[in-house]
Design a protein around this ligand. Structure first.
Ligand code: ZN
Length: 155
């Protein structure tokens, strides 16, 4: 699933700004860089595109992320960010305690994004996987008129 998205990334390209919002993200640890374009209309994510380069995890995560949020409301997109980060945390804890965590408790269905759970076995890769989501959070803040600051980083 991850390799499939890496080899054939979805929603690559640019969107005209405005109306789209451009948000940049960097993961200095790995050297991943991505530029996210999000078009929000009536509190819905109308379209999203990704540019940038990085490792397979960061690029696959970004590809899956766009697929997961296009057509959703901004609120749902924020829930997806929250759920994805929670998934990364849960698995980190699971590894530490070696106890299984009931994943069904997560209320947001992450769909194919759950393919990225394997990433948490490699803590340095968690940043690669969450980069797209930090960048998205910045873009959504900007769309709501908040000053999100310059560039999203994983640091
Ligand atoms: Zn990376």
């Amino acid at each position: 699933m991850i390799l499939d998205h890496y080899r054939a990334p979805r929603n690559r390209g640019e969107l005209p700004t405005p109306p789209a919002i451009k948000s940049e993200g960097k993961n200095p640890v790995c050297g991943d860089e991505l530029t996210l374009y999000v078009e929000v209309e009536d509190s819905n994510v109308k379209d999203a595109k990704i540019m940038g380069s990085g490792c397979s995890i960061s690029m696959a995560s970004a590809s899956m992320m766009t697929k997961a949020i296009i057509g959703k409301s901004v609120e749902e997109a924020r829930e997806t960010i929250k759920a994805f980060k929670a998934m990364m945390d849960i698995h980190e804890q699971t590894l530490e305690t070696e106890q299984s965590v009931d994943q069904d408790k997560a209320k947001t269905d992450l769909g194919e994004l759950e393919a990225l759970t394997g990433v948490v076995k490699f803590p340095v890769r968690i940043k690669c996987a969450t980069l797209a989501f930090n960048t998205l959070a910045n873009a959504l803040d900007t769309s709501e008129g908040k000053d999100a600051g310059s560039i999203a980083t994983t640091e």
